[in-house]
Design a binder for this molecule. Structure first.
Ligand code: PNS
Length: 163
């Protein structure tokens, strides 16, 4: 039985163990998972879209059925292009709910075929976010429990360049 294709969109600036956990869960539910890295230049990401794609590609480590793509513009347009109408989002806590709810309903309004599926990460990662990991890294804290070594090194390098 085909379980179809899902898109897991995000900024992934940078990818954390929380994201990787969601990718693994999604890949058990769907035949194909497209991890969609939003260019999101308006958010002034620390890493370029290509750097983020590189880090996600390394993180998925050839997992069967998982591919990484970059997208710009509306998620619904990307979903139509890919002919994939399930969107995966991680829900960590109640605080995520309001924004996720708005986004899911707006996306559905823009493309009624699009369904959002929320997955919860392993409890250990429920407090993790790229934003908080970047702050800890910027201030010299140990982020090794939260991101891959290569990501932690890349953050160090970025913050060194910026200082
Ligand atoms: O990891 P993030 O920053 O929470 O991901 C947010 C993302 C990239 C999924 C969201 O901002 C998005 O879908 N951006 C694409 C533009 C778009 O479609 N915006 C309208 C969504 S309601």
């Amino acid at each position: 039985m085909s379980r179809g294709c899902a898109i897991y969109p995000g900024s992934f600036d940078p990818v954390t163990f929380g994201h990787i956990d969601i990718m693994q869960r999604a890949s058990q539910l769907f035949d194909k998972v497209i991890v969609a890295v939003a260019q999101n230049e308006a958010k002034h990401p620390l890493f370029t879209a290509d750097e983020r794609v590189g880090m996600v590609t390394e993180a998925i480590n050839g997992s069967a059925g998982v591919v990484v793509k970059k997208f710009d513009g509306l998620l619904v347009d990307f979903a139509r292009e890919q002919n994939a109408f399930v969107v995966i989002r991680g829900l960590r806590a109640i605080s995520d709910f309001e924004f996720e709810f708005q986004m899911a309903l707006m996306n559905r309004r823009l493309e009624p075929r699009l369904e959002t599926v929320f997955l919860t990460p392993k409890e250990d990662y429920t407090f993790l976010s790229s934003r908080i990991v970047k702050e800890v890294a910027r201030l010299g804290g140990d982020v090794s429990p939260f991101v891959r070594k290569s990501v932690s090194n890349a953050m160090k390098e970025k913050f060194l360049q910026k200082s």
